[in-house]
Design a protein around this ligand. Sequence first.
Ligand code: EPZ
Length: 424
Amino acid sequence: MDKLRMVGGSPLKGEVKIAGAKNAALPILCACLLTDEPIVLRNLPDLQDVRTMLKLLQEIGVEVIFPDQDDRNHVVLNAAVIKSSEATYEMVKTMRASILVLGPLLARMHSAKVSLPGGCAIGARPVDQHIKGLKAMGASIKIKGGYIQAETKPPTERLKGASILTDMITVTGTENLLMAATLASGTTTLENAAREPEVGDLAELLVKMGAKISGIGTDRLVIEGVEKLHGAEHSVIPDRIEAGTFLCAVAAVGGEVLIQDCRPDTLDAVMVKLKEAGLQMEVGSDWIKATMQTRPMAVSFRTSEYPAFPTDMQAQLMAVNAVASGSSTITETIFENRFMHVQELNRLGADIAIEGNTAIAQGVEKLSGATVMATDLRASASLVIAGLAAQGETQVDRIYHLDRGYDRMEQKLTRLGARIERIK
Ligand code: EPZ
């Protein structure tokens, strides 16, 4: 398993380009199942999770073409022929987002068999809301042998429009139901819908494909089902979490970095907190110039659904708090077990205690390098940030977690002057 080895202490300087958003790319790739015409995507991030999703789609029968072999950010998907409506346990266990084929397959093929995603490191993450919504749209769903077996009754029938209110705000739940509703007969209302920018990006593509959706960006989506969707072209929205991760790296390590090809308008809650921490930011339409010459100030925060502070940025801002002056409280309200980076940060000399779903961090002057272990995607990013801020050498093991959601992060950091290398 690959490791990252770094020596902390060098400020970050230079420019970094942000890739397309993983959490937009994954539902957007599944949207190709809704039509028998080609979907052309640009700004697709070249990540492990994207490669996994492309493999799953190919197993289902989707033709995946990279027009330019060297450009992995530009892909053409053609789901004219669906060979199988099944996402196997083997596929789903490596990536929970595989659940996003359920809605589109059910809408297009009137049947789908998708392995129930197991739990994951950060929480139980059930999919009961996805199932509840599809049942409301007329699907009959059985859970058998660890699989979700869904079909419309009779199989010739389309899904039917329905009024759905999810018990909690769910990002992929909203995306699954949104995609299913585009081909249902009648109108579907999704109340309590997720407002994350990645949901909006998916909706933009669906509209380009001929879907009739109103309320995009709000918590109430109204979808008027159509018979058929056609092909379209789309460029994936920049990844706000990757951009936020680099902002936290500058805040913790110091330096001056121009972050390009990003969407500052999707980062308000993160930028408010980092400004409080003392990060200076100049902002353009698609760039942020971040400068940090002093030790950060501790900032307390709690995670919540968009547009509030994102749970996917909690571990990264905690790494900043670990070396900040003052103490801070960090409350995680979305997942029940998303503090696994705390013990690893404490191995680097941080002083963080957990009380229920709140972590209390006493900032320390300096962290000192050690070997630590990544446990999940954003925890890995947090450990890289802390390692770059620490004195001496840090090694982060199991960085396959990092590779799921970041495209060659160590190369981008090296170009910014960080002393970091990958050990095969
Ligand atoms: C998406 O996961 C993201 N993944 C996650 O990003 C992100 O952390 C999460 O949204 C919250 O923003 C993708 O978009 C691929 P949820 P998702 O459904 O959709 C509970 C990363 O690091 N819930 O919004 O799975 C659930 O347990 C990843 O890139 C139910 O109880 O999250 C959680 O507590 C990690 N039943 C809360 O709702 C359901 O049917 C929010 O989950 C669905 C969700």
